[in-house]
Ligand binder design. Structure first.
Ligand SMILES: Nc1nc2c(ncn2[C@@H]2O[C@H](COP(=O)(O)OP(=O)(O)OP(=O)(O)O)[C@@H](O)[C@H]2O)c(=O)[nH]1
Ligand SMILES: [Mg+2]
Length: 244
């Protein structure tokens, strides 16, 4: 369980990208980083390219996609890239660029992944939480979680969180070409599919920190779309069990 890669999707994260990359490498956990940028108008990818050329030639990687397609699509591209890489990564970490996911939790992730298949950074277990979250966001997150957990019969408490670590076997077992969500519901779909395959899941507490720089991509439309996708996932249960 020694080779791991952190995959970070980015869209207009020019103010955050250098900090998050430097903080992760400073931990010295032997992790590589893959940035999956959807051709950000603010040129996030150019900053990444510069860091690769100047300092992190071997450990920092970049995929630039043509256009913005949601973080789910970006993760799928990143997972496929990492699974095919000759380094044979043992685990893949999902993380936001906006510093909401504090890198200080990464050592716990790399430890727990030795004995679990999926590690989830959780706001809703003892010791977890969120700072500076407006009540509206809290309600959306909690309500969305509860609704999805009940409808899908998933026992994961933080079903929408995006700070996670997968063993490669988990990503190999899920048919990435059959993922139907791309935005907010992507985490829910992945959790549902991991649960249906009976993998070992653990939630570890994290304090989610609200972004300071840049703009959130979460909108009402994204949220409502997600609620519909959850129903679709439930209807597709038999197909998912059969085809992944
Ligand atoms: N490549 C790519 N990355 C995206 C896209 N949408 C969001 N992201 C990235 O995904 C991560 C999470 O997005 P955020 O905008 O922070 O969304 P959020 O964390 O749900 O919302 P906030 O809590 O308000 O920040 C960030 O690193 C974004 O830059 C997208 O369409 N393509
Ligand atoms: Mg965020």
């Amino acid at each position: 369980m020694n080779q791991g890669i952190v995959i970070i999707p980015t869209y207009n994260e020019i103010e955050n990208i250098e900090n998050i990359i430097r903080e992760i490498f400073a931990l010295d956990l032997g992790l590589d980083i893959l940035i999956v940028d959807d051709n950000s108008p603010d040129k996030t990818h150019e900053k990444v390219r510069q860091l690769i050329d100047e300092q992190y030639t071997r450990r920092l990687h970049l995929i630039v996609r043509e256009k913005k397609e949601g973080l789910g699509r970006a993760y799928i591209a990143g997972f496929k890239w990492a699974l095919a890489h000759p380094k044979h990564y043992d685990f893949m970490i999902e993380m936001d660029a906006d510093l909401s996911h504090n890198p200080k939790y990464l050592p716990r992730f790399t430890e727990e992944i030795k004995t679990h298949d999926l590690v989830i950074g959780s706001r809703y277990v003892k010791g977890g939480g969120a700072t500076n979250w407006p009540l509206f966001r809290k309600a959306i997150s909690y309500g969305g979680s509860l609704y999805s957990r009940i409808l899908l019969g998933v026992s994961i408490k933080d079903i929408t969180g995006g700070f996670k670590c997968f063993r490669r076997e988990v990503l190999e077992a899920i048919n990435l070409d059959n993922i139907i969500t791309s935005g907010y519901a992507f985490q829910i779909e992945m959790n549902y599919k991991v649960t249906l395959k009976n993998f070992r899941i653990i939630e570890v507490p994290i304090i989610f920190e609200e972004r300071v720089h840049g703009a959130s991509k979460m909108t009402k439309k994204v949220f409502i779309e997600a609620l519909g996708k959850v129903i679709l996932l439930r209807r597709n249960k038999r197909k998912i069990l059969k085809e992944g």
